[in-house]
Ligand binder design. Structure first.
Ligand SMILES: [Zn+2]
Length: 302
């Protein structure tokens, strides 16, 4: 058996909502007032740069937050707006601000699904996505771009959604929703993909960044160790899913009841979305048999 990495979540983080918090030289965090079960204490916007700055993830279109961002920019030239991805809690204010400041909008390409929709299938998080936002420049894996008077390296990290990016500056990774310290990442198919998510965890584990600053919650002191623990956690969910089906669970609902027996409804909804992503992951690897019919999905051991 593989050694278990211990996964711990930091839920004690309390942001100073709206304030500019300098977290490293040339990196400031401004947390938006959009806390919720899915966004934890709210979306973290970041400013990169010293005499001139770039804005990462402007967040929701909330007047108070836009005012906080303006105060944090503090008259310095803004060079570009970057997005880790196009879920609306990160991107809703992007078009307004790009126009207001006259700056370009850079991200990993227009919002897209990780795979085409099946017949009769619906995207459970369709309304959380910014379908119409078009980048002025599509950022590519491995390229180094100017961010204010600093530079960042772009890393494609699909999984949470198809156009997800992480940004590296010196020994810091802005990890977006890919790796977070407060909770595991929601992977909802077909917006996201568990196979992509595993591959993107493997990817960041090999990159030389130490400290991670996620888009929700506080910083992660040892980001790679945390990414490894998240990987082990997802692998454990794969095994629990196979065991539940082996013990007779035939539907997604039955599996979720076995694996998350005591979770509140809202968390259980996220859990069943992520469990669905595990089903597809294991099915594609021939470890699980899935029969889809008009009455839903039946699971069986392969
Ligand atoms: Zn988010």
């Amino acid at each position: 058996m593989a050694p278990l990495s211990t996964l711990t979540f930091d839920t004690a983080f309390r942001p100073d909502i709206g304030a500019r918090v300098d977290v490293a030289p040339g990196l400031a965090r401004i947390t938006a007032p959009n806390g919720s079960p899915y966004t934890f204490t709210g979306t973290n916007s970041f400013l990169i740069g010293k005499a001139s700055v770039a804005l990462v993830d402007p967040g929701p279109e909330d007047a108070a937050h836009l005012e906080s961002l303006h105060r944090a920019i503090d008259g310095r030239p803004l060079t570009a707006i970057l997005l880790t991805h196009t879920h609306r809690d990160h991107s809703a204010a992007a078009a307004t601000l790009a126009q207001r400041y006259g700056v370009p909008l850079w991200f990993g390409g227009q919002h897209r699904l990780s795979r085409p929709l099946r017949r009769f299938e619906r995207n459970p998080i369709k309304r959380s996505c910014d379908w119409d936002l078009v980048p002025d420049r599509t950022l590519l894996d491995g390229e180094t771009i100017a961010a204010g008077d600093m530079s960042v390296t772009v890393h494609t990290t699909p999984g949470h959604c198809a156009n997800h990016l992480a940004f590296g500056l010196e020994d810091i990774l802005l990890s977006g929703d890919h790796v977070m310290g407060w909770n595991s990442t929601l992977v909802a198919v077909p917006d996201g993909s568990m196979a992509d998510y595993f591959a993107s965890l493997d990817k960041v584990i090999t990159l030389p960044y130490r400290r991670y600053h996620p888009a929700h919650g506080g910083p992660i002191a040892n980001g790679r160790a945390h990414a490894e623990a998240l990987r082990a956690h997802r692998q454990m969910r794969n095994e629990q899913l196979l065991a539940a089906v082996g013990n007779g669970a035939r539907t997604l609902g039955a599996v979720v009841k076995v694996i998350y027996p005591t979770q509140p409804a809202k968390i259980r909804m996220a859990a069943s979305m992520t469990m669905m992503a595990h089903v597809e992951y294991l099915e594609a690897r021939g470890a699980l048999k899935v029969t889809r019919g008009i009455f839903g999905m039946r699971l069986a051991s392969a």
